[in-house]
Design a protein around this ligand. Structure first.
Ligand SMILES: [Zn+2]
Length: 135
């Protein structure tokens, strides 16, 4: 890949909320320091300045950016939860609840378990669809 460099002018208002990519500092853009030189890969978020606490690159702190930043951890948690449901199912956990319902269809506890099973199945399907969409 060719080694390319360019200069960029950043224009944001001083009160835009920003967050440090390293130390967790949050504050208005007006407190950021100038970036001067930095290396970015294509696709990296554009930094807004340098953190006044630790000198790392800081970025606009918008809800969409926070979701994007949290996406890998959310994806991992979702995959773990989906696997947990498979483990419970394979351990016969759901079958036990279903047998109890079939044996005692009027039992309130069994009905509640069955309703929970349906919700868990729906949540599992939703999680799998969301995970598939990110592959
Ligand atoms: Zn920092």
């Amino acid at each position: 890949m060719p080694d390319m460099s360019y200069s960029a002018e950043i224009s944001i208002s001083d009160d835009e909320p920003c967050a440090c990519g390293s130390c967790g500092w949050r504050g208005p853009a007006g407190l950021l320091k100038e970036i001067e030189d930095c290396a970015l890969d294509p696709g990296d978020a554009s930094p807004a300045g340098r953190c006044s606490e630790c000198d790392s690159l800081a970025y606009l702190d918008r809800p969409a950016d926070r979701v994007r930043e949290a996406a890998p951890a959310l994806r991992e948690a979702l995959a773990e939860m989906a696997q947990l449901l498979v483990d419970i199912d394979e351990a016969g956990g759901f079958a036990i609840l279903r047998r109890r319902f079939l044996k005692f269809p009027d039992d309130k506890g069994a009905k509640r378990y069955l309703a929970a099973h349906d919700r868990i199945s729906a949540a599992d399907a939703k999680a799998r669809a969301a995970l598939t969409a990110t592959e």
